[in-house]
Design a protein. Structure first.
Length: 321
């Protein structure tokens, strides 16, 4: 039996790592195939051989370096650190070295910094900030919509773009909303509520309303994009799985100078008649094209609630059966 010791500078990080009543220790031991004994601000590593010991020590030291920023530790939500540890990559994404899980994307109106929670989320943000077009696929709860909006807010507030344009297809999820009164923003509000909630979380409701009034934030259904050229804008298309191939072609060809486009969808939640969704075909057509990023999230990237990952897995199993 080989014993190693890993010391942590931050007690807060060490406590997050161990969890309440050391409930994270067993899962960490399973991940690393070692026995872990917390002592003070240190972790004793007991391993069967040198290779396992070195791997565990290297992993724990990497965690200590990654969360060296006190503000990053302070804003960790319950269970978030363990979810990060279980994400499939312990290294920064390869698509763009500027964005890692330590990268602060934006600070919201409450003063809380927003970071990627998984390596794929970091890859997604990296693509939005560095490529003209980014397409993301994945199950519910992986942060596709929220990170699109957070990245758009970063681009707007830094002056990289002059406005944010939010759109989605007006397809109902099996329910009829009937006649919707009001102006354009009010008519599409039920469809775009998820992106509006994300905007409010980033900028605050009052500021969002001011920016909508001044046209720095524009809300419109997908059909109203036809014939336009969207320059100096960050354009976010949500629920892209409910677009036909022709709609996606129309949308993508609106791209103007100094703009970013971000499309997000979940092919397991298509509300169109069978065979009508064009998202999979559009990805096939655009695959490998320079300037277009494709990020595919998995169940391991679900950050909403631990039950969401279990629910998605259960439905996936049922569908296969």
């Amino acid at each position: 039996m080989i014993e190693k010791k890993v010391a942590f500078e931050s007690r807060e990080l060490f406590e997050h790592l161990c969890g309440v009543r050391d409930q994270n220790i067993a899962r960490l031991e399973e991940m690393l195939s070692v026995r872990l004994i917390p002592r003070g601000k240190s972790m004793l590593v007991h391993a069967d051989n040198a290779e396992l010991a070195e791997r565990a020590v290297g992993y724990l030291e990497h965690v200590g370096e990654r969360f060296s920023d006190p503000g990053r530790i302070k804003n960790l939500e319950e269970g978030e650190l363990l979810q990060l540890l279980h994400s499939e990559a312990a290294e920064p994404p390869s698509s763009n070295g500027d964005v890692s899980m330590d990268f602060k994307i934006f600070t919201n109106f409450r003063g809380k910094p927003i970071y990627p929670r998984t390596a794929r989320q970091a890859e997604f943000v990296s693509s939005i900030l560095s490529r003209p077009v980014t397409i993301s696929l994945g199950p519910a709860g992986t942060g596709k919509t929220f990170l699109s909006i957070v990245s758009a807010c970063r681009l707007l507030m830094s002056g990289a773009v002059e406005r944010i344009v939010l759109t989605r297809p007006a397809v109902e999820a099996g329910e009829s909303l009937g006649f919707l009164p009001g102006d354009m923003a009010q008519k599409v509000d039920p469809y775009l509520r998820p992106v509006l909630d994300a905007l409010n979380e980033c900028l605050g409701t009052e500021r969002v309303n001011e920016m909508i009034a001044s046209r720095k934030i524009e809300i419109a259904p997908l059909a109203f994009m036809r014939g336009r050229t969207l320059s100096h804008s960050c354009v976010v298309l949500d629920e892209a799985q409910n677009c036909t191939l022709l709609q996606l072609k129309m949308f993508l060809t609106r791209l103007g100078r100094e703009s970013r486009m971000c499309l997000s969808g979940d092919v397991t939640q298509i509300d169109l008649p069978p065979g009508k969704s064009g998202l999979a075909k559009a990805i096939e057509i655009l695959s490998g094209m320079d300037g277009i990023g494709l990020v595919e999230f998995g169940r391991e990237d679900i950050v909403r609630h631990p039950m969401v990952a279990k629910i998605v897995a259960a439905f996936d199993r049922a569908q296969k059966e």
